[in-house]
Design a protein around this ligand. Structure first.
Ligand code: ATP
Ligand code: MG
Length: 466
């Protein structure tokens, strides 16, 4: 089964279960000024999860393209991309925990054919401070499902992530964690505004037992360990509490929110720990091999960065974003420039956009026809940025290299941005890879210069208007 078939299987399964299948939302949220991008399937549905009635009823599902700029530094490992699709299903006060967990099992084991002996789950272990009980109900459902499949399901109570790394899960099937399994918006349970919904969640992991545990991530392995043995494929949130002044009260209407990574699920289906081997990324990698003459095996990191960033930038262009110096446009510019800089290490310096965008467009022709329909515009927008940056990339790189043995200051970073159009992050990466020394005060120096520049341009605008 390829990635398109995994998506189709998921949506068909949810349709059979009475879910309305929703069209994807744009990567740019229309009525939410607080976030730049749609970063989960839940985000566009928040108003309904908070109580509004959805016109399509209480059972909803979709596959939502997401962009997480905060994951940009993670791209290069085998499981993170900035752009990915999230499979989602929701119950707005309809079915509950047990039906949800059973449906996740049926999806993964029966419909997608995953070997259940490779699956592991996590549940909320309770919270003393807020008097929240352990989610034994979820653990019991999982225990029964594993039992019926003839699989031993030992339980471990691991507590915090730090403690889990010290003690390890020792192969436990069902692992309780503390706040790791508490779902809420924002950073933490403590920071939740009064009235905000929250609840326990239960995650599904797939084990790649051939990958040895890496003690750099903790003495012992467990499902949430970042060493790569376990990959998180999906998460069911049970929104059943509301923050009060001194704790939590049950919400009048309980919701279920499931989010599963399409590419990660597809990777489990083909039994590959590397999501870049799945069918909506691999052809981009192959095209890049053709264009550059380099091999994925030798330059894995660079291939992943270029393939991901170009796919993400393509979808941003489809959804109307243009490279600029602010907001969404800035992230898009950063993706394109970073991809070009990285492609340069593969020896690919020409017709980067023209060579790769058609491959991306072809992959999504059937699923998201708008990619094909807006193909010309996408190529125009991306090529314009390529042309703009191409002129300065080589000069800029050569210039940065003259700093070997010298200290790079905030003023240098500012000048590189001004003169060569090098985004500061890119310069900082260059400083790292070239082993240059950075002035410890660079951050403040840069801030001052940016502020001065802003004031100068404000004064200039005022004059124009006088
Ligand atoms: P991780 O800890 O692995 O970064 P997460 O906790 O950020 O995952 P969620 O916010 O729960 O993930 O998102 C739901 C699902 O979306 C995850 O279970 C995973 O399958 C998928 N997912 C999340 N981030 C990414 C990413 N950067 N690339 C690909 N898939 C992702
Ligand atoms: Mg994450």
């Amino acid at each position: 089964m390829d990635t398109d078939q995994v998506r189709a299987t998921f949506l068909e399964f949810q349709r059979e279960r009475g879910h309305a299948i929703l069209e994807r939302a744009s990567l740019v949220p229309h009525d939410d000024p607080t976030t730049l991008f749609t970063g989960s399937g839940m985000q566009p549905l928040l108003a309904y999860l908070e109580g509004a009635d959805h016109p399509d009823g209480p059972r909803l599902a979709d596959s939502q393209p997401c962009l997480r700029s905060r994951d940009i530094e993670d791209v290069g490992d085998d499981r993170h991309t900035t752009f990915f699709e999230m499979l989602g299903n929701w119950s707005l006060g309809d079915y509950g925990k047990e039906e949800q967990l059973r449906s996740v099992w049926e999806l993964l084991v029966v419909r997608l054919g995953l070997d259940p002996s490779r699956l592991y789950v996590s549940c909320f272990g309770g919270d003393k401070e807020y008097g929240l009980p352990r989610d034994d109900e979820s653990a019991a459902v999982w225990g029964e499902l594993f039992g019926a499949a003839g699989i031993d399901a030992p339980v471990a109570d691991l507590g915090t992530l730090a403690r889990a790394g010290e003690v390890g899960s020792d192969g436990a099937r069902i692992c309780f964690y503390g706040r790791k399994n508490w779902w809420c918006r924002g950073d933490s349970m403590d920071a939740m505004p009064i009235g905000d919904p929250g609840g326990t969640d239960s995650e599904m992991f797939y084990l790649f037992a051939d990958i040895p545990h890496d003690p750099a991530y903790g003495a012992h392995c467990h499902p949430n360990c970042d060493c790569g043995r376990y990959i998180e494929i999906g998460n069911s949130d049970f929104m059943s509490y509301q923050r009060t002044a001194d704790g939590f009260a049950p919400l009048p209407r309980h919701n279920v929110d499931f989010g599963g990574g399409l590419e990660r699920t597809a990777a489990a289906v083909i039994d590959s720990p590397d999501i870049f081997r799945t069918s909506l990324l691999w052809p981009i990698v192959q095209r890049l091999e053709e264009l550059s003459g380099a091999r994925y095996e030798d330059e894995t990191y660079a291939f992943r960065v270029v393939a991901d960033h170009l796919r993400g930038a393509t979808f941003l262009a489809v959804d109307g974003v243009v490279p600029s110096n602010k907001a969404q446009g800035y992230v898009m510019r950063r993706l394109i420039r970073r991809a070009m800089r990285t492609a340069h290490t593969l020896g690919l310096d020409e017709d980067f956009v023209g060579g790769l965008v058609p491959t991306v467009a072809a992959l999504y022709r059937a699923t998201y026809p708008e990619v094909e329909e807006r193909h010309e515009r996408v190529v125009d927008v991306l090529s314009a940025e390529e042309t703009k940056f191409r002129r300065t990339l080589d000069r800029g790189l050569a210039h940065v290299r003259t700093y070997v043995g010298q200290t790079v200051t905030g003023a240098d970073l500012f000048a590189w941005k001004d003169t060569y159009g090098f985004p500061v992050e890119l310069s900082l990466e260059e400083v790292r890879t070239e082993g240059l020394t950075l002035d410890p005060g660079w951050h403040d120096q840069l801030d001052d210069l940016v502020r001065e520049q802003r004031e100068r341009s404000r004064a200039a605008t005022k004059k124009e208007h006088l």
